[in-house]
Design a protein around this ligand. Structure first.
Ligand SMILES: [Zn+2]
Ligand SMILES: [Zn+2]
Length: 238
């Protein structure tokens, strides 16, 4: 059991992030959003890949123990986001990273986590929770993050412990239960079948970061206990 203390939005932007460089370099300077993102007044329009940190106390932790910290997703822009968020909120150790799916905006920042584990700078290793499909993406994309023998150069790579999760089985990280909320995230263009992404329910907080359809079963699962906060991505209405 655990008590959630806060959640921190590491990023709330699109997969490509905002501003879009092509908008900034466009001769007509038509895109007001992207142009404004580069000004102090419009900085809130600067949006990084979607990601969230949940911080909590595990039952039995001493009152002055550091907060347990889990990062959900670690996309392309993770380093840039972490540069601002981690020092600002006094975050250092990561108890785990949970990946929602295997797209670039959800996991291509994993290499940046070497700053935590190289030489045990912050910690010896980081547990990574992901499903088998995302594991395949990581294996293909970052073979050196799965087996350091695949590294080249100086061999300075992050150290991870992979934990495979499945859509219907809750898992617990340092006392906090993560209930998977499997949702559709578009389709496989090759087969037309749905591509699945994970949302998660943690106590009374539900988080779904990348979906275009929530199946009935998942909706029931989410509503089977109270929700105080519901976070969902929203790009456009149809
Ligand atoms: Zn733009
Ligand atoms: Zn995606």
């Amino acid at each position: 059991m655990a008590t959630i203390v806060d959640v921190i939005f590491v990023g709330t932007g699109t997969s490509g992030a905002v501003p879009n460089i092509s908008c900034l370099t466009h001769p007509d300077k038509k895109c007001k959003v992207c142009i404004s993102a580069m000004t102090p007044e419009g900085r809130k329009n600067m949006k990084k890949n979607t990601s969230m940190i949940v911080r909590y106390k595990k039952n039995g932790d001493s009152p002055n123990a550091r907060l347990r910290t889990v990062l959900i997703d670690c996309g392309k822009t993770f380093y840039d986001s972490a540069l601002h968020i981690f020092p600002k909120y006094g975050i250092r150790e990561l108890d785990a990273v949970v990946l929602t799916h295997g797209h670039a905006d959800a996991c291509y920042g994993m290499d940046g986590l070497r700053q935590w584990t190289l030489g045990g700078a912050v910690q010896k290793s980081i547990d990574i929770y992901l499903n088998d499909e995302t594991m395949e993406v990581v294996q293909r994309t970052f073979p050196f993050l799965v087996d350091a023998k695949n590294a080249t150069g100086g061999g300075d790579v992050a150290t991870f412990n992979y934990k495979i999760i499945s859509p219907d089985t809750p898992f617990t990280i340092e006392g906090l239960e993560f209930m998977p909320l499997p949702v559709h995230h578009g389709i496989y263009l090759s087969t037309g079948k749905p591509y699945w992404c994970f949302g998660f329910k943690m106590n009374d907080i539900s988080y779904i970061s990348d979906t275009n359809f929530i199946p009935e079963e998942t909706m029931k699962r989410m509503l089977s206990s109270p929700n105080r906060v519901f976070v969902i991505d929203c790009l456009r209405s149809k």
